[in-house]
Design a binder for this molecule. Structure first.
Ligand code: KG4
Ligand code: ZN
Length: 369
């Protein structure tokens, strides 16, 4: 079967075409076009929802055409359309959802709404050859989703059923990376820049012991997170130290803040995830979301797992699929479609061209279709 997928929940306009193999339950990417709006939002230091929506409107048809062309697929050959219908920025989501609805109305095809985080989680099962397969041996699984909008520990015992066992009480980890970069005036989006400056600090100085930032909620007996206090600690310490530092030392001081901030985030994420693994004993642990591109966080979690819980399989998406993209949405749609088919529940998907809701704050357990 051929699947077309659309993702416009934040600042990437993305369309993918995938081929699902129902016999062996795997799905392959034929094309995955991502048009990023980073430059547009950089001057505001964050994503401006209405600007994002306007840009999605401009880009969605050219991106769709490019995805079809590069997959060598015609629109009327697509068997299933899918779209991220939550959570995300409403003006941005609506562009993708309305495009998908129009295509489904016109071509009389089924439409499946996909939760953005289910997309990220599924994306971790792609191999480097663009094929995604999930087997019963992978379950139960535990997923640490870390992005600009989410920091959650999700446990899944049964296929496509989820329980949130811990989450941030305030900012998401990616948002904290972005805000810290803004405070230090090092650029946007913060994640990759903070990572680069942190690694420069490490190679120039080794470990930092003259700056200490808090590790929020590390000692709490639960799997929740908090990053706003860490962000405020950066703000106060930075304001305090930058005024007394000589001009020529400021660049180095910024690198030190990036290093220590990244260390604090890494330690909290890793220790909490390891505690959750020890309690829930999953077969597979997943690191997903935009922040999963961070090599320090990836390596720390992988090392902790291989040293302390070596029988647990560790997965994170190929680097090209860490950020928002439509391929992960199309893969999630393929597995959901298969499950609905087994349950004889495909009928309503043909009515989704008019019925599919758009949900800004949907939980991963919400009814999305
Ligand atoms: O999943 P994503 O592309 O969009 C959302 O669903 O939010 O995640 C974007 C977030 C941004 O906050 C960005 O700064 C962060 O992921 N990010 C990183 C890195 N690359 C992207 N954070 C830390 N290190 C990175 N290398
Ligand atoms: Zn995302």
């Amino acid at each position: 079967m051929l699947i077309a997928a659309i993702e416009t929940s934040c600042d990437e306009t993305s369309v993918a075409v995938l081929r699902g193999n129902e016999k062996n339950s795997s799905v392959q990417i034929l094309s995955n076009i991502v048009s990023s709006q980073i430059k547009l939002h950089a001057k505001w230091g964050g994503v401006v929802p209405n600007l994002a929506a306007r840009e999605h409107v401009k880009n969605i048809i050219p991106v769709l055409q490019q995805a079809l062309l590069s997959a060598k697929v015609q629109l009327n050959q697509v068997d299933l359309f899918s779209v991220t219908n939550g959570p995300g920025l409403i003006p941005a989501l609506l562009v993708g959802v309305n495009t998908a609805k129009t295509l489904c109305y016109f071509h009389q095809k089924p439409l499946l709404g996909i939760h953005h985080v289910e997309g990220h989680l599924t994306g971790a099962f792609f191999d480097n050859y663009s094929t995604c397969k999930i087997t019963p041996d992978d379950l139960p699984l535990l997923c640490l989703t870390v992005s600009g909008g989410h920091t959650q520990l999700i446990y899944s015992k049964n296929f496509l059923e989820y329980e949130i066992i811990g989450e941030t009480q305030d900012d998401a980890a990616g948002e904290a990376f972005d805000k810290v970069a803004k405070m230090l005036e090092v650029g946007y989006p913060g994640g990759p820049i903070v990572e680069k400056l942190a690694s420069e600090y490490l190679s120039e100085h080794g470990h930092s012991d003259t700056l200490k930032l808090p590790r929020p909620m590390l000692k709490n007996n639960n799997f929740d997170f908090s990053f706003s206090g860490l962000k405020t600690a950066v703000l106060y310490q930075w304001e305090n130290q930058k005024n007394s530092a000589p001009e020529q030392a400021l660049v180095d001081l910024k690198k030190q803040f990036c290093y220590e901030f990244q260390q604090a985030v890494t330690e909290v994420l890793t220790k909490k995830t390891v505690a959750a693994i020890q309690k829930h004993k999953p077969q597979t642990v997943i690191l997903a979301g935009g922040v999963a591109a961070n090599q320090t966080i990836r390596a720390a979690l992988q090392k902790e797992i291989s040293q302390n819980i070596p029988k647990t399989k560790f997965l994170s998406p190929p680097m090209t699929l860490c950020g928002d993209n439509a391929a992960m949405i199309g893969a999630a749609a393929f597995f959901r479609f298969q499950k609905l088919k087994k349950q004889n529940k495909l009928e309503s998907l043909l009515q989704n061209w008019k019925n599919l809701p758009t949900l800004a704050n949907a939980s991963i357990n919400a009814k999305l279709n």
